[in-house]
Design a protein around this ligand. Structure first.
Ligand code: ADP
Ligand code: ZN
Length: 725
């Protein structure tokens, strides 16, 4: 029996005498100490405790069993990430209520009055836009729960309740799970594919029809129609009666993606991410397990859903760093998706305009197939990219947009086109200091400066969330009016744009000022409808958006991502800036990208300007191979943390004394982590470098088993680390 707890292994329980043995994969209720828990009957475990000491299984739950394929997946993810199997299991059963018999649900339908109001303009003349949208959504979807309906119609639950009160909508009690849920219609015709797209789609469809494990990389420039192309493969899987999982980074913001799916397949897919509510999560889990949800689009955790008929996995923006989970079970969802596909013996498609070096190297080694889309769709051309050398520009103090970019912005606005200003920094200014005494505001529980957020009037720690009010005078020397912001954040950029371009309508897209995905979607809609002239934002704006009138992209500080010890810094900078630049000129109007940098001679900046991605990747690969870094060598990090520095150092020293001394393995550290204190905990890091042939997990397991850590210290293992803080 495996319990969803961080225990080292499965536990034994007794089968009650009056019951037959539950099959492997069954969900059962048991007690552990005082706790009442649900676990999964695991195969291949058992037996050293005397029977007399075993406790009985109390009940077998009515949920569909966890299939063998998913059980093997749990084991393999646990073995790879070195997390306890129970912690991985927990991700597959993240909504415990889903395991109970479903209770009847209250669903909304159109009442006859509602139907009339919708159909007859005289009867419906008092309807607001929003109310009309709700009624329309019900007409399209038959029956929905209040929360679902509010989401589909992009309004608050209050609007739906008002309509209920007004009698335009009725509620009824649906017995259990809906049996006749609408299914995505793969027979609908999508847009006619271009010859390039058709050829690529054909190859993807072939992998689906072959029905074997295989990884195919869909490598296409921004705006080449990758989505339309992989939709063809998705349709083929649906036609074959299979379920499909699409992983997207930051799915919550993928409103445009969802709308395209709806246009192509007639309904919205099931969604799985942190922004969906509890009830919907429970329903989705059940719908996936019962095979009623045919397509799920989700963030990385969707990988652990219990699909019974999974036939295809698609990982869009496969290079995106948000696929790496950095806390709890540290896993790379793209890599684990490949593992899941191989266990399920199904094809997987990795999609990107800027594939990760890992993926590029796997293509070169012949392990992954590659399908390319080298041109933008229709008449759209790739934007021209130009560097602005900040060493040569004279910019007024407190301003951050150099004259060439100002000129381009002016031209763009005069032509009635739209611009995007990208700065990957939230808040007003990254550092606030006192001009009189030099005092800097630091987080009380982290090794980090506090960032001023002017709109909310607060100083914030971006690592732990600590917030304090910006005081009127310096807390150190008490001088009033001496606090000055240093450097730009998006809020300050907005101020500059407002000042320099009066009459221009700016919009700010940044996570902390948007209450949720709906607000982000509305903002994007506003851009499409040209209610704004310039969008200013952080990496939120980089992904997926398609604004036909956006022709100019300005990158305000291209060097931001290059600082720090991240081995992928250059690669990520390339991916991110290329992605942002890809927002420009996606329709008839040609796009321009201006990149402000202090380091125009850096290979990554040169590659961005020349568009020679493959040469950049080759140079990057050569450098990594030379220093034995991934994907040419293996890396793991150990992070020791404790509430006080002594305990932390004590454990770090114990680890250091027991460090493996084996050929092909280098242990660096312990060193104070760059974030030496995080959320009040002191941190030390080890970095373990090994050759590709080394069985790194076995080495680490042996090492950790030989060390007695202080009981209050925590040791976190991160295989293939992406963050180095
Ligand atoms: P990518 O994902 O490669 O950046 P998209 O799939 O977002 O590209 O396509 C870019 C734009 O071109 C979208 O608005 C899409 O609807 C449109 N498009 C792509 N292929 C076609 C096609 N064959 N017919 C019509 N429109 C297309
Ligand atoms: Zn902090």
């Amino acid at each position: 029996m495996l319990l969803p707890l961080p225990l080292p292994e499965a536990l034994d329980y007794l089968i009650p005498e009056d019951a037959s043995a539950p099959e492997a994969g069954s969900f059962v209720r048991v007690t552990l100490g005082q706790r009442n828990l649900v676990g999964v009957v695991w195969d291949g475990t058992g037996g050293e405790l005397p029977l007399a000491r075993l406790k009985p299984i109390r009940e077998t739950l009515p949920a569909p069993r966890l299939r063998a394929e998913l059980r093997r997946f749990v084991e393999r993810v646990a073995a790879y990430t070195m997390a306890p199997p129970g912690s991985v299991l927990r991700m597959t059963m993240s909504v415990p209520e889903a395991l109970q018999s479903p209770r009847p649900r209250r669903l909304c339908v159109l009442s006859s009055a509602g139907l009339v109001a919708l159909a007859d303009s005289a009867a419906g003349k008092n309807l607001t836009q929003t109310r009309r949208r709700v009624l329309g959504a019900l007409r399209d979807n038959c029956a929905l729960a209040v929360a679902e309906l509010a989401r589909v119609a992009a309004c608050s639950a209050g609007v739906v309740r008002d309509l209920l009160a007004a009698g335009l909508i009725e509620e009824y009690l649906a017995p259990t799970d809906p049996a006749d849920i609408a299914l995505p219609d793969w027979r609908l015709r999508g847009p006619t594919l271009s010859p390039d797209q058709s050829a690529a789609a054909r190859r993807l469809v072939d992998t689906v029809e072959a029905g074997r494990f295989g990884v195919t990389v869909l490598d296409g420039v921004t705006g080449s129609g990758k989505t339309e192309t992989y939709f063809a493969a998705l349709a083929a899987a649906l036609a074959a009666g299979q379920q499909v999982l699409v992983l997207l980074p930051e799915i919550a913001l993928g409103a445009q993606w969802l709308e395209r799916f709806r246009q192509r397949f007639g309904i919205l897919p099931a969604q799985w991410h942190s922004d969906i509510g509890h009830a919907e999560r429970r329903d989705t889990w059940r719908a996936v397990a019962a095979g009623r949800a045919r397509v799920v689009v989700g963030a990385r955790s969707a990988l652990f859903l219990p699909f019974p008929e999974l036939g295809l996995i698609i990982v869009d923006e496969e290079h995106d760093p948000s696929y790496k989970q950095e806390d709890g079970v540290c896993y790379q969802a793209r890599d684990m998706a490949v593992l899941r596909a191989s266990l399920a013996q199904i094809p997987i498609i990795l999609v990107s305009a800027t594939p990760s070096l890992e993926t590029v190297v796997n293509v070169a080694r012949g392990r992954y197939a590659r399908v390319a889309l080298p041109r933008r769709h229709a008449s759209a051309e790739l934007p021209a990219v130009r560097l602005i050398d900040l060493r040569r520009e004279r910019i007024e103090r407190g301003h951050f947009i150099a004259p060439p970019l100002v000129a381009e912005l002016t031209q763009t606005f005069e032509a009635g086109e739209q611009a995007l200003l990208f700065l990957n920094r939230r808040g007003y200014a990254p550092l606030t200091l006192c001009r009189a005494c030099g005092h800097r505001f630091q987080c009380p529980s982290c090794t980090a400066w506090l960032v001023e957020h002017r709109f909310t009037g607060r100083l914030l720690c971006h690592h732990c969330g600590h917030a304090e009010a910006l005081p009127p005078c310096c807390p150190e020397c008490l001088t009033a009016g001496a606090l000055v912001p240093c450097g730009p954040g998006v809020e300050r950029l907005l101020e500059e744009v407002t000042r320099c371009f009066p009459g221009v309508r700016p919009a700010l897209m940044v996570s902390d000022l948007l209450p949720g995905p709906r607000a982000a979607a509305e903002l994007a809609q506003g851009m499409t409808e040209r209610r704004y002239d310039v969008l200013i934002g952080t990496q939120l704006v980089a992904k997926g958006h398609h604004f036909p009138m956006l022709t100019l992209v300005g990158v305000v500080d291209a060097d931001l991502g290059l600082a720090g010890g991240d081995l992928r810094a250059a690669e990520r900078t390339y991916q991110l800036l290329h992605q942002v630049g890809g927002r420009a000129g996606r329709a008839e109007h040609k796009g321009r990208v201006l990149i402000q940098t202090w380091m125009p001679d850096q290979p990554v900046m040169k590659a961005l300007a020349s568009g020679d991605r493959d040469r950049f990747l080759a140079a990057e690969a050569a450098a990594r191979r030379h220093s034995g870094l991934p994907p040419f060598g293996r890396l793991a990090a150990l992070i020791v943390s404790a509430a006080d520095a002594e305990t932390c150092d004590f454990t770090a020293r114990a680890l250091s004394r027991a460090a493996p001394q084996l050929p092909g393995i280098t242990v660096l550290g312990p060193a104070p982590a760059p974030l030496a204190v995080l959320r009040g905990r002191h941190r030390r890091r080890f970095l373990i470098k090994a050759g590709r042939e080394v069985r790194l997990q076995a080495v680490l397991r042996d090492w950790l088993s030989r060390v007695r850590a202080a009981s209050s210290a925590r040791i976190q293992v991160d295989i293939d680390p992406y963050g180095f803080l």
